[in-house]
Design a binder for this molecule. Structure first.
Ligand code: AQP
Length: 328
């Protein structure tokens, strides 16, 4: 039997190159070697106010993008979180066994709460929903970006606590899988902070559907330094290090090879080649996406995916409920 993986992305807009390199590229690369389940986590998207029509549209857009990236629905299961009620049912049990202090310590909660005028309780209890997402599919591995480290740790601690209290091996303890390069792609304008689609500065991120011209402009305008040497030095040259990670992830070339190639030739050729690489990587994805978005198959794929996910998730949920004494 293949090992199991689970991961998800929020339908909060067109994903960035950071989402792709940090997580979604791995979804495609790993699908044949693992029993893979990939979710569109639309309930997570409710943790900060969202326009309902936009959320619906973005859910289908993300489904089309999953497929356009190369996820094969006959190989990996793709579904929408809200189609599987077990996620919120299991999340309740997770919440009841998670300390308030643990949740208040989550850096993503602190960061996101600081940006809101009024903070909904969902923002605080979003990590237990993520724990539920993962454990319901008996996931052994979770391909994610580095910003999710703390949430995976929370999941692992929860599984230990649950199994210690109710019986060994009821839940599977997952491990994170981070990409070799680009586990945290940085903003093109502030290489000390994460590339995020919600960044107010559009020059800071590349969206997977950006036009070639915009991509080239953003990469050529990426903040670097005045040293003019292509070298991997996160501390003194964070902008260049970020571009090297992107280059290495998309080309499959090692950082050492890239450094040797571009060395002290300045940043012009380096940025130009990287822009071309990003454009060439995204062009076929964009072409497939446009066709998939209007295809009748999209809803059928999600419907079948939800059925499969419900079957699997209800088994784990029943195990959890039995262990906790829910039912009579
Ligand atoms: N910059 C990044 N580098 C590497 N990985 C990243 N991920 C996100 N940003 C980067 C990974 O993408 C997956 C899906 O993320 P999400 O849907 O939970 O969204 P997010 O992390 O909230 O992404 P954004 O772009 O920052 O969205 P907004 O601005 O809406 O909050 C995860 O595996 C994540 O690690």
């Amino acid at each position: 039997m293949k090992p199991t993986i689970f991961s998800g992305v929020q339908p909060t807009g067109i994903p960035t190159l950071g989402n792709y390199i940090g997580a979604m590229k791995g979804f495609v690369d790993l699908q044949h070697d693992y029993d893979a389940t990939y979710c569109i986590v639309n309930q997570h998207a409710l943790t900060v106010p969202k326009d309902p029509a936009k959320l619906k549209k973005q859910t289908l857009q993300l489904a089309a993008l999953y497929l356009a990236l190369g996820i094969d629905p006959n190989v990996a299961n793709i579904f929408v979180q809200s189609d599987v009620p077990a996620h919120s049912q299991a999340a309740w049990m997770v919440m009841c066994m998670t300390g308030l202090g643990e949740l208040e310590r989550m850096t993503q909660f602190k960061d996101k709460a600081a940006k809101q005028e009024s903070v909904g309780a969902g923002l605080l209890v979003y990590p237990p929903l993520m724990v539920a997402d993962i454990i319901l599919y008996d996931a052994q591995y979770v391909p994610v970006g580095d910003d999710q480290k703390q949430h995976i740790e929370l999941t692992r601690n929860f599984v230990d606590r649950f199994n210690a209290r109710f019986g060994d091996d009821i839940l599977i303890k997952p491990e994170a899988i981070f990409p070799k390069a680009g586990s945290r792609v940085k903003s093109l304008q502030d290489p000390l902070s994460k590339m995020s689609k919600s960044d107010k500065n559009e020059k800071s991120f590349i969206l997977l559907l950006d036009e070639p011209k915009a991509i080239t402009k953003k990469i050529k305008g990426a903040v670097t330094d005045s040293l003019g040497i292509v070298k991997y030095d996160e501390e003194n040259q964070p902008g260049v290090a970020n571009l090297l990670n992107i280059f290495s992830s998309l080309s499959g070339r090692t950082i050492e090879d890239l450094v040797e190639d571009y060395g002290d030739t300045g940043y012009g050729r380096f940025k130009g080649d990287l822009a071309e690489l990003v454009v060439d990587t995204l062009a076929p994805i964009q072409e497939r996406y446009q066709k998939l978005l209007v295809s009748d198959d999209l809803r059928d794929i999600l419907h079948t995916g939800a059925q499969r996910a419900n079957e699997k998730a209800s088994v784990t949920l029943a195990r959890m409920e039995k262990a906790m004494g829910i039912g009579y």
